[in-house]
Design a protein around this ligand. Structure first.
Ligand code: ZN
Length: 186
């Protein structure tokens, strides 16, 4: 069984940029620690990052302009920078699976279990959880490695994903202790 840790939208725009917020900043050290353990355990690390085409992508009507392709906002924050062997996939919609090469990459690499980290719990994480469920991936969410704009949105979304998609809710400490390459059906 191969595990992939997805790092979702931990780019400048969502951490310190126009859509940045302190809650996204608080998970940075926790995610960094999890990625370190993932690489040590031989799990894959895949960054999924917003990269919008202005005038075409629908999200600007809701969120305002953000993460335009080629802009500084699309850069991965330095604390979580890509390392050799990591993958990066650009996305233009909430779900990391929608119109991206993620599903093909995961299947080619034999991944059956994904661990989701990043922001926002109730937007890109939740939409990705739905698509992972339809594609039969085992999905794990360490609650201290994801966050939303408010505590209420974060907590409600975690409960929704557990109820609707059967995600495994855990913490980074538990995942690191258990090892990142295994899983419940190992
Ligand atoms: Zn976006």
């Amino acid at each position: 069984m191969v595990t992939a840790v997805l790092v979702i939208d931990m780019i400048k725009e969502f951490v310190t940029g126009r859509l940045g917020n302190p809650r996204a900043q608080t998970i940075v050290p926790t995610v960094a620690r999890l990625l370190e353990a993932a690489r040590r355990d031989g799990a894959l690390v895949v960054h999924l990052t917003d990269n919008h085409l202005p005038g075409i992508d629908p999200e600007f009507e809701i969120w305002g302009a953000h993460a335009e392709a080629g802009s500084e906002g699309t850069e991965i924050i330095p604390e979580l920078r890509l390392e050799e062997g990591d993958h990066r996939i650009y996305k233009r919609h909430y779900s990391c699976f929608y119109a991206t090469g993620l599903d093909a990459l995961l299947r080619e690499l034999g991944v059956t279990r994904i661990v989701m980290t990043g922001v926002l719990t109730n937007v890109c994480i939740q939409h990705t959880a739905a698509d992972a469920y339809f594609r039969r991936y085992e999905t794990v969410v360490p609650s201290d490695c994801v966050d939303a704009l408010t505590e209420e949105e974060h907590v409600n979304s975690l409960a929704f994903m557990e109820r609707m998609y059967g995600i495994e809710l855990t913490t980074s400490d538990e995942l690191i202790a258990d090892g990142l390459t295994g899983g419940s059906s190992q």
